[in-house]
Design a protein around this ligand. Structure first.
Ligand code: NAD
Length: 474
């Protein structure tokens, strides 16, 4: 593997620099200083990954699924043994606290393990009565593009099911947070992944995606990132009809009903909203509160937000670290200014803290419906809070964005639960708690949040052709 400050490409089973020797800087968001570099792939490097992935395809797809699974389980163990060091690297380059980085790695390990354990069962033929069956077959080489917010677990959620299904992968890690990709790929190498089955590149994202998707070798595109980039990639994939799994943005509502237990709701909202400085695709961003609870909720939520300890991510006392990059700070400034210019009130936060890319927990109220913050994914520690009078009104408001990734609500009332489950447009709901992504369950968005699923059985099926065989008894 590369040393810790100069991350390399992994092509055809070998760690190496890019063909031109060019590198990109890696910045510590707590200090704004460059502290590492990452190799940048050239077009010939990309051609080499395509050729090596294609060469490895037949042997990997025809290898018993049990063997493939065992490599994933072994990689999970290897990665699990180095979580402490890997979490430090992730925290330094992403800005999340060590505790958050450690938790993320635990989920990455669990994801490798889950897919490894289920590889055999999910590759087996599926009987359909006496005369028919479905034969799952790997689709072929996968291009996987992953972002900087959860670089460990999001890589695991793409790599593990693709490999379990029998597909080689060309992974483009996030240039801003390369260490997670390097640690995970190195764990797979040590676990015995054959040359070419996993390749890792970094570089100029638009150049890499354009080149890889223009190749008929690539059969599947899987991407996590913004809706805008997702659409560009889907257009490129259309030329070769590559299957797309797109996990895009979100703007998740939380509905706090009149009977909600605020002692439960407020810590749950605070914990998930401010994890990773709000840079989670399914973080809550719009809180709708029953009018009878509104004043109490707002004052208690504001109090909790004000008390969050912001600081360097490697300080154990820190509860929220910096944002990942300067672009997020600019986005927070833009969204808050726009809301305030239109008449919104800042209850807490609202101004950058320096040095470092720090933005404090920010709560906005009285936000007019046309403010950008109610429509653009905030992707940061900014929340809006507004009252509602009826469940129908709350549902309408909750659905009033182009996104449909996650939605949350707090109530014990059975009729309200049923109305909310039926009425909310989202890929996933959580009742009386937040979060909800796990290795064993499908997760995906509707509307502009994307399509396709990651996680669970569906996550593996995303990389398979379900070949239907008729007339078996004939
Ligand atoms: P971005 O859309 O430019 O980049 C997001 C990720 O996609 C990055 O890792 C980037 O390297 C990659 N990317 C960008 N262009 C690409 C291309 N042409 N081909 C392949 N990969 C490409 O935006 P950003 O400034 O990094 O983040 C801004 C927005 O992205 C956020 O506001 C948020 O909406 C979204 N985002 C979402 C997630 C998520 O988990 N769904 C993660 C990161 C970013």
């Amino acid at each position: 593997m590369s040393d810790t400050t100069s991350y390399q490409l992994f092509i055809n089973g070998r760690w190496r620099a890019g063909g031109s020797g060019a590198t990109l800087p890696v910045i510590n968001p707590a200090t704004e200083m460059v502290f590492a570099s990452v190799a940048s792939a050239t077009i010939p490097d990309l051609d080499e990954t395509l050729a090596s992935a294609e060469r490895s395809r037949k042997a990997w797809s025809s290898r018993p699924a049990k063997d493939r699974g065992e490599i994933l389980v072994a990689a999970a163990q290897i990665l699990g043994a180095k979580v402490e060091a890997a979490a430090k690297d992730l925290s330094a380059e992403q800005g999340k606290t060590i505790a958050e980085a450690t938790g993320e790695y635990a989920r990455a390990v669990e994801t490798l393990e889950w897919n490894g354990t289920h590889a055999e069962e999910l590759s087996a033929p599926i009987p359909m009565g006496p005369n028919r069956m479905i034969v799952p077959e790997p689709l072929g080489v996968v291009a996987a593009f992953t972002p900087w917010n959860y670089p460990a677990v999001l890589i695991a959620r793409k790599l593990a099911p693709a490999l379990a299904a029998g597909c080689p992968v060309i992974l483009k890690g996030a240039e801003e947070t390369p260490s997670a990709a390097v640690h995970i790929v190195e764990a797979l190498r040590q676990a015995g992944i054959p040359d070419g089955v996993v390749n890792l590149v970094f570089g100029v994202p638009v150049q890499i995606s354009r080149h890889l998707l223009s190749s008929p070798i690539v059969k599947v595109l899987t991407f996590t990132g913004s809706t805008e980039v997702g659409k560009q990639l889907a257009k490129l994939a259309a030329n070769n009809l590559q299957r797309c799994i797109l996990e895009l943005g979100g703007h998740s509502p939380v509905i706090v009903c009149a009977d909600a237990d605020l002692a439960k709701a407020i810590p749950a909202i605070s914990e998930y909203k401010f994890e990773c400085a709000g840079q989670s695709c399914n973080a809550p961003s719009r809180i709708l509160v029953a009018r009878t609870l509104y004043e109490e909720f707002l004052s208690r939520m504001t109090e909790v937000a004000r008390k969050i300890k912001i600081g360097p991510p490697d300080d154990p006392a820190t509860e929220m670290g910096p944002m990942a990059n300067a672009r997020r700070i600019e986005a927070m400034q833009r969204l808050v200014k726009d809301a305030v210019d239109r008449g919104a009130t800042i209850e807490t936060g609202g101004t950058r803290l320096q040095p470092g890319f720090y933005w404090p927990p920010t709560i906005l109220t009285g936000v007019p419906k046309d403010a950008r913050v109610l429509h653009d994914e905030p992707f940061g520690p900014v929340l809006t809070v507004a009252p509602f009078d009826t469940i129908e009104e709350a549902i309408e408001e909750a659905n009033a964005t182009e996104y449909g990734l996650a939605a949350y609500f707090f109530t014990g009332a059975a009729d309200a639960k049923q109305a909310l489950i039926r009425g909310l447009s989202a890929g996933a709901l959580s009742v009386n708690y937040l979060k909800g992504v796990s290795a064993d369950a499908p997760y995906g968005g509707v509307k502009q949040s994307g399509y396709g699923y990651e996680g669970g059985e569906q996550g593996v099926r995303s990389f398979q052709n379900l070949k239907l065989v008729n007339g078996l008894g004939s």
